[in-house]
Design a protein around this ligand. Sequence first.
Ligand SMILES: [Zn+2]
Length: 264
Amino acid sequence: MAGLFLQNNVYLIKGILPKGITAGFTDRNISGRDIPRAVETIKAAGGIFFNECLYLNQVHGSDIVFVGRQTVVQEYLNASADGIVLEKPAVAGIIRTADCIPLFFAGRSSSLAGILHIGWKPAEQGIIDKLSEVLKTRGVEDFSDFVFILGPGLRKECFEVKSDFLKIEPFLPFVHLRPQKSAAQYSGHTEFSVEKGRLFFDLAGFIKVKLMQNNANPQNILDLGICSFCSNEKVFSFRKEKTEDRTVSFIIKKTAPPDNNNTA
Ligand SMILES: [Zn+2]
């Protein structure tokens, strides 16, 4: 059975990613403000095993940390970057969000997995094309072998933007004009208005098209469809709450199973 399973304050994503990959995100009882507690909670949920964890100083850019089998994870703790690619097993790659979309990914045969922090700025700066470049350095030609999952974040009905989004050309197909409504109908959505309407950005739609431009199979792109604003009882939303709390998303490659080890 595939889907989301809430276990001890962690939503585990099951039955979607390739075998040997564990991923999920924390609920509102856990915040990215307290990383040690979040890490302990993730470990406890479903008995997930990992030796190390890597979290970043997320700067809304497009840099990605590659964690090779020999990488000393400690050296990259709090590195200024917005993505993690894991070759090394038993490392929890962690991204913190409150409206931005965490993008989980894992290869079926390449043994690489990871997670990106995608708000509009990393999207504009090409973090998905950057991922493609990082994978190419590991001999992965494109995204065709990969499964992608879009985690919780602001969806198009709630992602109101200013008219300057109309100047970002790659975003144009994903910016929608909607009729002006009363302030009451947009309670909480008191952002900006353009003449005769309001603009909304479909970040998830942009991400999916960028993935497909890099040859991802549409059948291997799963959108959990959880809007952080609308599903604020599950996850944090900066736009709704103006909070410093963050939802903690993670992905882990399990260590090789014992039958791969002839010393047993
Ligand atoms: Zn929403």
